[in-house]
Design a binder for this molecule. Structure first.
Ligand SMILES: *[C@@H]1O[C@H](CO)[C@@H](O)[C@H](O)[C@H]1NC(C)=O
Ligand SMILES: *[C@@H]1O[C@H](CO)[C@@H](O)[C@H](O)[C@H]1NC(C)=O
Ligand SMILES: *[C@@H]1O[C@H](CO)[C@@H](O)[C@H](O)[C@H]1NC(C)=O
Ligand SMILES: *[C@@H]1O[C@H](CO)[C@@H](O)[C@H](O)[C@H]1NC(C)=O
Length: 459
């Protein structure tokens, strides 16, 4: 049957009307639920129909029916009137630190979820929680959000932004997101909020390069706690590990909405960029766990490659022991794995390394009863577009160039995205040596602050 323009128009009109009816049904269901109880209970799929019709240009792909970890965020107990806030009504706060502190305390305790008027907090087998660690680079974040918008199944995700820098422009950008449920959480001990006192830089702190004898003589605050290389802490380098650990503690143990959720929690950063099939691939990998790698606990969809390709390896994964430098980008795990990490909080927080990923590798090798194993892609579904971060001081810092390259490659390889089947091709040996300590984490105040994040009663 050929699709004549007329028939096409007719189909379009019918689909539009159908979409409209379904949307109204789902709105009706939402408002009916509003008046019932203070607990969200899973409803029949309604909103999903609206969503899939709005995304009908996407490849028609189906996920396997085997569900190993059916995510379920169906009932939450938070205050509903607070939850029904709409992010588009964001009111700018400005730079008044007192006002910012009050605002973030409110947000962290009320935990408003945005776009509940469009998307149900309904569990589905395709639901994942995505947590994006955000600092201040709004240009990168904009690209990440654009890439998330285009991704298959994004409408069923809960997208959480965790901030260590308060910025009205960033908040407005997040408020403009209309393609899934979103939340913001704010790391409350940021340097921005405490510039002249720990965890910021106290004027009485020892300078990085003061030698210890000199430091003790001058009685600077942390004289007794240089790192293993004899250097004193630098606040801006400590913040990332603190934020990382605070954020996963918060997402798993302090957020109401994730309380019953045991599905994948994917960790991204503001300068990442995802492919259209990233959720599809991640879910497929989780569904392979049962048959292909029972002891896999981390699932990683990012990869550092010299030459980016999407050929045959687009449908290949490998299983290997988790290694910080290889598997830290686009990594995900669920609550069971979180419990193993949390059990080793002390080790994590006292290991003299300001990198969260090296600290994590250290605890997997020294504290956990079993090393963590990862299932990882061979063609990356998460790209790192921010070459100008803390460690990389490249000349070309324009994310547009990088995004353009990635998009061109993805367009040329479109046929290899959404592979119907994934195969395990490698099972490599474990690294034996312990990571060397990078230092920067000798200060007992850092150890204590870090440990305080894990003090919430375990669930
Ligand atoms: C989600 O959890 C609720 C309450 O525990 C349960 O009634 C429902 O069947 C679950 N849904 C799925 C898809 O497992
Ligand atoms: C729920 O939140 C609203 C808005 O913040 C507040 O006015 C109300 O008192 C809260 N209700 C409860 C039971 O906490
Ligand atoms: C900062 O905000 C607080 C709380 O909203 C307010 O009381 C105070 O007057 C503000 N300070 C300035 C300098 O605007
Ligand atoms: C929990 O941590 C302790 C050390 O603090 C370790 O001996 C134990 O093996 C850990 N448990 C698991 C399940 O990893």
């Amino acid at each position: 049957m050929r699709t004549t323009p007329k028939r096409f128009v007719k189909t379009f009109v019918v689909l539009t009307i159908f979409g409209f009816v379904v949307m109204n049904m789902s709105l009706f269901m939402t408002s009916e639920r509003d008046t019932s109880s203070n607990v969200f209970v899973m409803q029949q799929p309604g909103g999903a129909a609206v969503l899939s019709s709005s995304s009908s240009h996407r490849p028609n792909v189906a996920l396997g029916s085997v569900t190993v970890h059916a995510p379920n965020i169906s009932h939450i107990t938070s205050n509903k009137s607070a939850l029904h806030g709409s992010a588009s009504r964001y009111v700018r706060i400005g730079a008044n630190v007192t006002a910012i502190k009050a605002y973030i305390a409110w947000v962290n305790s009320h935990q408003p979820i945005y776009n509940l008027d469009r998307f149900d907090l309904r569990s589905s087998d395709n639901t994942i929680v995505i947590v994006v660690q955000v600092h201040s680079r709004i240009d990168y974040l904009r690209y990440l959000i654009d890439s998330l918008r285009k991704a298959r199944f994004i409408e069923q995700a809960l997208l959480v932004f965790s901030h260590d820098y308060f910025d009205d422009d960033i908040n407005e950008l997040i408020a403009s997101i209309d393609f899934c449920l979103t939340m913001q959480i704010f790391y409350p001990h940021s340097i921005q909020l405490y510039p002249n006192v720990f965890p910021g830089t106290d004027p009485a702190d020892c300078a990085r390069n003061t030698n210890r004898a000199q430091a003790i003589k001058s009685q600077c605050l942390n004289a007794a706690y240089p790192d293993k290389y004899g250097h004193y802490r630098e606040a801006k380098y400590s913040q990332t590990k603190h934020h990382w650990f605070w954020k996963i503690n918060f997402v798993f143990d302090r957020m109401e909405v994730t309380r019953p959720f045991n599905g994948p929690v994917l960790l991204l950063e503001e300068d990442h960029y995802v492919t259209e099939d990233f959720i599809y691939i991640l879910l497929k990998m989780y569904r392979m766990k049962h048959n292909e790698c029972k002891d896999c606990s981390i699932f990683t969809i990012g990869l550092y490659v010299k030459k980016l390709t999407y050929g045959a390896e687009s449908s290949q994964v490998e299983t290997v022991f988790w290694q910080s430098t290889k598997h830290n980008m686009g990594m995900s795990f669920n609550r069971d794995v979180w419990k193993l990490i949390r059990n080793c909080s002390k080790s994590f927080c006292e290991f003299d390394d300001y990198n969260w990923d090296w600290s994590l590798q250290y605890i997997t090798m020294t504290c956990m009863s079993q090393r963590l194993k990862v299932m990882t892609v061979k063609s990356p579904r998460v790209h790192h577009i921010g070459e100008c971060g803390i460690h990389h001081k490249g000349k070309n810092c324009d994310p547009a160039v990088k995004v353009h390259q990635i998009e061109n490659l993805l367009k040329a390889s479109a046929g290899n995205l959404f592979p119907p089947q994934l195969t395990v091709t490698g099972n490599r040996a474990a690294p034996k040596r312990l990571p060397k300590q990078n230092g920067g984490w000798g200060d007992i105040r850092d150890h204590k602050l870090c440990l305080s994040f894990a003090s919430a009663p375990p669930r």
